[in-house]
Design a protein. Structure first.
Lengths: 461, 898
């Protein structure tokens, strides 16, 4: 047993904090067949429970709660009963609401599948046959913070590990020089979406500010401000010589050895991360496709990082909660959608062209949807009872419209899919049995899906 | 006589009502065919422990229970292989329910109690116990017991239902190694007895010899002195202090060094931090919103912990004060800061627009956290596992869980002023300030609610404002008499703007941060809160704002939260504390859930099936986990916090002592004796040295729970003073060093690493106490223990070096070595600044060669050897002196803990 623990510790330190590996060391049943690579400067990559459909996950997160009724879930009945408040919509949400508010946007069918998508999203409409639209999502809290915690970690408490951390813990990373879980947003926040909770802190999401295109502005301490790379190499050579003789003096030690290697990794990472995060060299055609906004930066970066083996990338559509349209839904969505629509569709197309879409499970959505009844006359309140998300790539069926809300779009009523089901399904396409990815903490085996979650096989290829 | 079970109703309604109610039930049951509630089916006369006299309990415990265990349990307990006659005698409920042939006891009536007949052995068909009768004295005792009404304190023991799920008996559960009494052991005989210096050495050596291992030689004086300074103070000795010890490394000299360091203030600065991990110390909440602002004065608790370590406050008092300083009579005012342990605990936002159940559940989460931090932190038990179902591995029931959670449901957080104050006045102030805070919050909430029925909202706001008016009138006297409290209340009184506000613009947090100077936006749109109306100490929390959003400075005074970040800024004369008050959620208004804080009212919680607030079960009176309780588990005074502390250090003293001794051992050696320091239950690891742990725990108690005694006992041992260098022969046999054949070499934690870098550069400010300061402030040169600890946004440096999230109890720290850490070491402005300062400190040394020597002495506390001097000269041919100094700070030697 000591041997195993010691080896796990060794792996963790060699893993260099950019993903240590649950399925190697911690799941006893997996241990037998886990092939631990020879120790060296190699980071073991994931060993899933079964053949994965996808290797990477990109989450396009719409903070604030985008309006499904105006984007993906047309409800003609709203026009018919406009301004009225039938009993069925007398539901307590966060705020006081009024009568039914019809969508000001028109819907058309798109692609071979005939998916109905509103005029707000012409670019996503053009890739309709790639989208797996779930109209029957529901969650458990009408307030932003708890609902965001639910989306990211499956729990209201803001202390549980986020799905990105679970994936890092479960699958490790394919690139030891980059973090296994990256979150991109203007301002570089991420809050509960980054949390590693009780998982080892190396699985925490690393946040970068995608309003920049210069890696040095995105990554702390990436560049030495005083030394050229050559001069720094000389300095590092001196450090390592001193470290070697210190090693001899104290008789060698696992962690001292690991630190020597981590210093080398850090040195090479300066170049590698610089290369990975530098968007300044992207050709004009790419900019043409994605646009020129922070969200477009985030989507391009997501593709670049996935290409380089990063496990999960979360791209936030804006800081704060831009999709929180309590008023002026018409003007606000018209102003906000073009950027999101263009870059999201571009990412799907771009990944497809590069042959990466199959390996990448994309999830698009917010912490909840919005009410069919009005707030402030022209806005919509939070709606956790029924809303839309879409998936694409990585094992999800394209051109699928799954589930349904009631006639007004308030509650999910058919083929309901909870946030836990989403997590279970996402883990599934990545080759993980959500009931088996556990972490022992405080006397309990914890899961991303707690005691819930069902894999929604109907959505999968 | 009343029908079975009627006494429950009698107590509740009086005889007449009870009878009427009962007959209604019976009729209803007959008509509908539904079975009667189980309470009516059998004979469970519900005794509350509170109802039993001390004498009655003692009688039962000394005369009845032992006989039941010895003579009856084999066939009549939930642990029995086969339960005979359906009769369980291992719980009060079981005794009262009786077996398949009906009740066995009629309280007060010996002649009609079948159990008495059976033990008299008069009826050969029905004589119990079947093989041998009880003694006449024992029979007499049972008769007396039944006459007394069969008092039975075992209300929490397993019932028949529980028996279906598992087989458990309390006596066996109490025999778990961690729960047994801790006893002083005789040191075992060992071959190499000359090695033994302290009692612990004999136990360690015994294990080593059993595995044909030998201990490592004593560490060289230089390594030992470095280890000892880092261990006790988190700092390194000076070059001269090392030289002195190397000259005289005798045991006497070493003991003197240990004494000197234990007496140094830097000892408390170092060891307090370990406790702060256990106590999940933080200065804000996981999310920061209107009802859960930050704790800018939490540092007063941190300073209290540092001081407590420095004055060697006995551990039992140390913990008891943190749980209950405010209700322990005679506690000096200064020690009330200890209650920051609970008063600055993490809480979640209670959005008044959410339903009663959701809010109730959020409170349950808060209380769950308290149960967790106390049970895992102090008792090494995962009690929080029993929130939804009985603990699957340890003898902790949901009743135990809710009994403990009730303590915290009867405890409200509130600020207290530093100065002495009459306790009644203070309670009134605390309750009032909480009410004002909440009213101000909901008034803002409703005022800002531009929904479809503004008239309603307006009506409500007016109602809240008028209640605030009433409070103002009621507290006139308080304000006049106590100007300091008056000033605080005046701040809380600040109103939402007149309604309706024409100029008002909706606040969607990212776009519009603030509305008026006195009002700050929080993350949640629509929840505005006056800058100083944050109830739990008037301050502004750090609002989480999107980029570009700014918070305009308040008109009259800067928010305290901001002041607290700068050193020497005036701090509020308040600290975060708690007081006994029941916390209730009021869902009577369909649109707005209100919170009620009732001072002096204790709240017993109901057991929630599956942890679901919508499925309340039986009431579980506040109390101590049954398996640990000796005698009555129930708490009878106020919230029960004082009794909780008392029970921990009397009934559960052996467990509490083992847990802290194991932690301290782990902090000294890098690895504890029990590898799961916060889980001493069945799922945890067993101790590597059980007798050693027991012996040390027993002597720790005997030595007055003195941590400084424990440090001496450990550090003066031969075990502790071993070299940390690996030995291939021993590593082969015991690679994990479980037997302690050497000292574990370690990497410095973030506090010691940053502090010793600052020490090397000469920049360290080692002064004691005061408000926290953000770590990323360039001018912050204080010891890392004074860094601002956020639960919502962990400082970059702390996160980089495995600092635990302060949202929950941390059993121990992970140690990772990552490239991102090395980017910090190689490239950060902080390290560069320290390199420059290091160089500046040796500016007088002379030429480059002299400077190199001086840098070695200052940073690595030794002289450079010839090889190192050559390397330096070679490097300096192209590199600068600053880059050289920087390189020295980057070395492994700088982060190594020998």
């Amino acid at each position: 047993m000591n041997q195993v623990i010691s080896r796990r510790e060794m792996l963790r330190s060699l893993g260099a904090g950019l993903g240590s590996v649950a399925l190697y060391g911690l799941l006893a049943e997996e241990q037998a067949r886990a092939q631990i690579p020879p120790l060296g400067n190699v980071l073991p990559t994931g060993a899933p429970h079964f053949a994965p459909k996808a290797k990477h996950n990109i989450v396009l997160f719409m903070p604030g709660g985008p309006s499904h009724i105006d984007m993906f879930d047309p409800k003609p009945a709203l026009a018919k009963y406009a301004g009225q408040r039938p009993d069925s919509v007398n539901v307590r949400t966060e705020r006081t609401t009024g009568g039914l508010l019809p969508s000001p946007f028109t819907f058309k069918q798109h692609g071979k599948s005939g998916l109905e998508i509103s005029e707000l999203l012409p670019n996503l409409a053009s890739v309709a046959d790639e989208l797996c639209v779930v109209r029957s999502m529901y969650t458990f809290n009408p307030t932003h913070t708890p609902a965001r915690s639910l989306f990211h970690s499956g729990n209201i408490a803001a202390t549980r590990p986020s799905m990105g951390s679970w994936l890092s813990y479960g699958l490790g990373t394919e690139n030891k020089n980059l973090p296994s879980f990256v979150a991109l947003s203007p301002g570089g926040g991420g809050g509960p979406g980054l949390r590693s909770g009780f998982l080892p802190s190396c699985h925490q999401g690393v946040a970068f500010d995608d309003s920049f295109v210069d890696p040095e502005k995105m990554i702390r301490d990436l560049r030495n401000r005083n030394l050229t790379p050559e001069a720094q190499r000389q300095q590092l050579d001196l450090i390592q010589k001193l470290n070697r003789s210190h090693d001899d003096m104290v008789g060698g030690d696992e962690f001292l050895e690991s630190r020597i290697q981590a210093m080398e990794t850090a040195f090479s990472m300066q170049a590698e991360a610089n290369e990975a995060f530098d968007l300044r060299g992207e050709p004009a055609s790419v900019r043409e496709l994605y646009g020129n906004t922070p969200f477009a930066n985030g989507c391009i970066l997501a593709r670049r990082l996935v290409e380089r083996g990063v496990r999960s990338v979360h791209v936030y559509s804006g800081g704060g909660q831009p999709w929180d349209d309590h008023s002026k839904i018409n003007q606000n969505l018209r102003a906000r959608c073009p950027d999101m629509d263009k870059a999201s569709a571009a990412l799907i197309l771009d990944l497809k062209q590069r042959g990466l879409l199959d390996q990448t499970a994309i999830v698009w959505g917010g912490e909840f949807g919005r009410t069919p009844v009005s707030e402030s006359g022209d806005g919509r309140d939070h709606n956790p009872f029924g809303f839309t998300m879409f998936m694409a790539g990585g094992g999800f069926k394209g051109g699928l419209c799954y589930g349904a809300t009631d006639e007004f779009g308030f509650r999910a009523v058919q083929n309901r899919m909870s946030i836990h089901d989403l997590h279970a399904t996402l883990l599934h396409v990545l080759g993980i049995n959500h009931e088996k990815l556990t972490y022992r903490y405080a006397g309990r085996d914890f899961r991303l899906t707690d005691v819930h979650g069902e894999v929604m096989h109907d959505l999968l290829v | 006589m009343y029908p079975p079970g009627a006494n429950v109703w009698r107590r509740a309604f009086g005889p007449e009502n009870a009878r009427r109610l009962l007959s209604l039930y019976v009729i209803a049951s007959l008509l509908t065919g539904f079975p009667l509630p189980s309470a009516f089916a059998a004979e469970p006369s519900v005794q509350k422990p509170a109802d039993l006299t001390k004498e009655a309990v003692e009688f039962f415990e000394s005369r009845i229970r032992p006989v039941l265990i010895e003579r009856c349990y084999e066939c009549h307990s939930s642990k029995a292989k086969k339960v005979r006659g359906g009769l369980l005698l291992d719980s009060q409920q079981g005794v009262m329910e009786g077996g398949i042939s009906g009740p066995v006891i009629l309280p007060g009536d010996t002649e009609n109690s079948p159990l008495i007949h059976a033990i008299r052995w008069t009826d050969s068909e029905f004589a119990m116990p079947p093989k041998a009768s009880l003694t006449p004295q024992q029979v007499q005792n049972f008769e007396q017991w039944v006459k007394m009404g069969a008092p039975d304190p075992r209300i929490e023991a397993p019932s028949k239902e529980a028996n279906k799920a598992k087989t458990r008996d309390l006596a066996a559960d109490r025999n778990w190694w961690a729960f047994r009494p801790a006893v002083v052991a005789n040191p075992p005989a060992v071959r190499q007895s000359s090695w033994v210096r302290k009692q612990i050495d004999a136990f360690v050596l015994q294990e080593l010899e059993a595995k044909e291992l030998s201990p490592s030689p004593k560490a060289d004086p230089r390594s030992l002195i470095l280890r000892t300074y880092l261990d006790l103070t988190g700092l390194r000795p000076s070059y001269e202090e090392i030289a002195d010890f190397v000259k005289d490394p005798s045991e006497k000299a070493y003991a003197a060094v240990v004494e000197k360091l234990l007496a140094a203030p830097s000892y408390g600065q170092r060891w307090a931090r370990y406790w702060l991990d256990v106590a999940r110390y933080g200065e804000d909440n996981p999310t920061t919103e209107a009802t859960n602002p930050g704790y800018p004065n939490a540092w007063r608790y941190r300073d209290w912990v540092i001081d407590a370590f420095n004055r060697d406050l006995p551990y039992d008092q140390f913990v008891s004060l943190q749980l209950a300083a405010d209700v322990i009579p005679g506690t000096p005012r200064g020690d009330l800061a200890a209650t920051g342990f609970l008063g600055a605990g993490p809480v979640y936002h209670k959005d008044g627009r959410l339903s009663k159940d959701v809010i109730e559940n959020l409170y349950m989460d808060d209380w769950d956290e308290r149960v967790d931090v106390v049970s895992r932190g102090v008792l090494g038990l995962t009690v929080a596992c029993a929130r939804c179902h009985d603990h699957k591995f340890d003898p902790i029931s949901t009743r135990d869980y809710y009994a403990l959670a009730g303590v915290f449901a009867s405890t409200a957080a509130a600020p207290r002023q530093l100065a002495e104050i009459d306790s009644e006045v203070e309670t009134r102030f605390m309750a009032t300030s909480q009410r004002l805070f909440y009213l101000s919050y909901v008034a803002n909430l409703m005022r800002d609610e531009p929904g479809s029925s503004p008239a309603d909202a307006r009506k409500k706001v007016e109602r809240f404002m008028s209640e605030m008016d009433n409070i103002r009138t009621e507290t006139t006297e308080l304000r006049d008499k106590f100007p300091a409290l008056g000033a605080q209340l005046a701040k809380l009184e600040r109103r939402p703007k007149p309604y309706p506000a024409a100029e008002e613009k909706r606040s969607d947090a990212p776009e519009v941060a603030a509305q008026t100077p006195a009002v700050q936006a929080t993350k949640e749109p629509g929840t505005l809160i006056a800058a100083n109306e944050t109830g739990n100490i008037p301050v502004t929390a750090e609002p989480t704002l999107a980029k570009g959003a700014t918070v305009p400075p308040p008109a009259d005074e800067p928010p305290v939260g901001r002041q607290a970040r700068g050193r020497g800024a005036p701090a509020d004369p308040y600290f975060h504390s708690v007081f006994d008050a029941g916390v209730y959620v009021d869902g009577t208004d369909p649109d707005l859930t209100m919170i009620g804080i009732k001072p002096g009212v204790a709240r017993d919680l109901r057991v929630l099936a599956g942890g679901n607030v919508a499925k309340p079960g039986e009431v579980s009176p506040r109390g101590f986990p049954t398996v640990l309780a000796k005698g009555k588990p129930a708490f009878l005074h106020g919230s029960g916090r004082r009794e909780l502390g008392e029970k921990i250090f009397t009934d559960a003293a052996p467990l509490a002592a083992r847990v802290i001794v194991n932690r301290v051992w782990g902090w000294h050696f890098g690895k504890p004796l029990v590898a799961t320091p916060s889980d001493f239950g069945a799922q945890g690891e067993l101790p590597t040295h059980p007798t050693l742990l027991d012996d040390l725990a027993a002597r720790f108690i005997a030595n007055g729970w003195s941590l400084k005694w424990l440090h001496r006992e450990i550090m003066l041992s031969a075990t502790y003073q071993q070299a940390s260098r690996s030995r291939p022969d021993a590593a082969k046999i015991d690679p994990g060093n479980r037997t302690l054949w050497r000292m574990n070499p370690r990497r410095l934690d973030v506090e010691a690493y940053r502090d010793t870098i600052l020490q090397a550069s000469g920049n360290l400010d080692s002064s004691l106490g005061g408000p926290s300061m953000a770590l990323d402030q360039a001018e912050n040169k204080r010891r890392t223990v004074y860094a601002r600890i956020s639960r919502s946004r962990v400082s970059n440096l702390l996160q980089l070096y495995d600092f635990p999230e302060a949202t929950m109890h941390s059993p121990s720290r992970e140690t990772t070595i990552t490239p991102l850490q090395q980017l910090f070491v190689l490239n950060s402005p902080f390290m560069r600044a320290q390199a420059e300062a290091l160089l500046a400190s040796v500016a007088e040394a002379g030429d480059d060669n002299a400077k190199v020597r001086a840098i070695y002495r200052r940073a690595l506390l030794r002289d450079a050897d010839d090889h190192e001097l050559t390397l330096a000269t070679r490097y300096l041919a192209a590199g600068t002196m600053t880059d050289f100094a920087h390189a020295i700070l980057c070395t492994n030697e700088q982060i190594f803990w020998p």
